[in-house]
Design a binder for this molecule. Structure first.
Ligand SMILES: [Zn+2]
Length: 209
């Protein structure tokens, strides 16, 4: 899996696809070898299934055997689709009598309720953990805020909390879990909460972009 870095594209999902926003992504030097000499070069793009037509720009460092990709702000990290879609799921759960009721409302005709519940849980659980961390990161805005999307939207006076948090938490993204954060895959198996307390190791770009 590539190391994901933030691409502050400033584009909506639609504009990113129609304008081929991945062509605008730039990474001028290798995040591992700042002095160069490692053969770092652009390495094409890869395609995301959702939203349709989305491609992600990619770079490769032959010395470090590592691929880097530039994830635009509207996309969820390591989840299909956009941050906005995930946020909508979590907000629906917060307003529903139960997670099961929300899953039943969100599911398509060909999706069973148990799989819809699993699908919703996979989104709600990490977002809740992330919001708990984020509330602690920004006491100046979020002190005493319950770690829920609707409450965070109200405090931040926005209708897309996760996209705004990509921006606000930019320097923390390499320590935050998906779908908001860009925690490198090697650390994904470890302790998320521990990771956020520590700065990145020397070979991982902290706050890059
Ligand atoms: Zn390199």
């Amino acid at each position: 899996m590539p190391v994901q870095l933030r691409f502050k594209s400033g584009l909506s999902s639609t504009d990113y696809v129609t304008g081929e926003g991945w062509r605008l992504a730039t990474l001028s030097r290798c995040p591992i070898h700042s002095r160069g000499g490692c053969g770092f070069a652009r390495h094409g793009t890869y395609t995301r299934v959702s939203p349709p037509g989305t491609q992600i720009a990619r770079w490769y460092c032959p010395s470090g055997h590592r691929t880097f990709s530039l994830l635009p702000d509207h996309l969820a990290a390591r989840f299909p689709g956009t941050l906005s879609e995930i946020e909508q799921v979590v907000a629906t759960v917060e307003q529903a009598p139960s997670l099961e009721a929300a899953a039943d409302r969100l599911r398509g005709d060909d999706i069973t309720l148990p799989s819809a519940v699993r699908w919703v849980r996979r989104r709600v659980a990490p977002v809740r953990s992330l919001l708990t961390i984020v509330v602690g990161l920004f006491p100046q805005w979020l002190q005493g805020c319950v770690p829920q999307i609707i409450a965070v939207r109200e405090r931040l006076v926005c209708d897309q909390a996760l996209m705004l948090l990509r921006e606000l938490a930019a320097v923390h993204l390499q320590s935050l879990a998906p779908p908001l954060g860009l925690l490198p895959p090697l650390l994904l198996a470890g302790e998320h909460k521990a990771a956020v307390q520590h700065h990145m190791g020397p070979d991982l770009p902290s706050g890059f972009g």
